[in-house]
Design a protein around this ligand. Structure first.
Ligand SMILES: Nc1ncnc2c1ncn2[C@@H]1O[C@H](COP(=O)(O)OP(=O)(O)OP(=O)(O)O)[C@@H](O)[C@H]1O
Length: 228
């Protein structure tokens, strides 16, 4: 369970100001989907929520606690799946998950770990090094970590990329169950069709701010890419 409260977050790279006063709240069992044009700042915001980037201004509280007061504990409450799946290529899915479990002090048994790998459709690949895997298979291994950790807060950056049709359906089933059990989920995607099966609140990162996604399509088409 995670209740997020973000207030007035600012973040930039050098002189390039990307986020200019982000306010965001998310409750237990809520799914937020972040949309926005390329370069709007969606991944930057996710990196802040994952405590990879520390904003110079603003506050970020998780269950009432300022995250930067105890960053190690805060990180232990979060699993992030970003563009790069952060797997060790020479290790098998089971070994990758054993390592992840040890790093997080999850104390999962080998059987629990194997079951998570089976649950993402990789039964035949339990003991093969990940370096030979396709992008979609790697994504499945990364998502097996979500099943293993069952974190209070889950941050997913383009989780559907590289997944086949069956993979998308399977992922949405897992995410629906996660939300129902009270997990808090934030997804970045460009594709509303992919998340249509989820009960979500749509937000849009635009011009450094986070807005309810009520802007009509004509306006969106006029939006320019916000790259520097
Ligand atoms: N490490 C970095 N160093 C410098 N500039 C960066 C860095 N990361 C992102 N930016 C810039 O910050 C802005 C926001 O990038 P970000 O990746 O957050 O956008 P995004 O909304 O996720 O885009 P996309 O939809 O293309 O993934 C862009 O202008 C980008 O060029």
């Amino acid at each position: 369970m995670a209740r997020l409260e973000v207030e007035n977050i600012h973040y930039g790279f050098g002189r390039h100001k990307v986020l200019k006063g982000i306010d965001l709240t998310a409750e237990d069992g809520e799914c937020l989907v972040l949309f926005g044009v390329n370069g709007a700042g969606k991944s930057t915001l996710l990196n802040i929520l994952a405590l990879r980037y520390r904003p110079k201004r603003g506050s970020y509280r998780l269950n009432g606690q300022e995250v930067w007061d105890n960053p190690d504990y805060s990180r232990s409450q979060i699993v992030t799946i970003a563009h790069h799946s952060h797997l060790y290529g020479h290790l098998t899915p089971v070994e990758n998950l054993q390592f992840f479990s040890a790093m997080r002090d999850l104390e999962r048994t080998d059987e629990q770990i194997k079951q998570c790998v089976r649950d993402v459709g990789l039964s035949r690949f339990l003991h093969r090094p990940v370096k030979g895997f396709s992008a979609g298979m790697r994504k499945r291994v990364a998502l097996a970590r979500v099943l293993l950790a069952n974190p209070p807060l889950l941050l997913l950056d383009e989780p559907y990329s590289a997944l086949d049709h069956q993979g998308v359906q399977w992922l949405n089933k897992i995410l629906n169950a996660y939300i129902k059990e009270g997990g808090t989920l934030i997804i970045v995607t460009h594709d509303p069709d992919r998340v249509a099966a989820l009960p979500y609140r749509a937000l849009r990162v635009s011009k450094g701010l986070l807005l309810a996604d009520t802007v009509d399509a004509d306006f969106r088409e006029e939006e320019e890419m916000q790259v520097c």
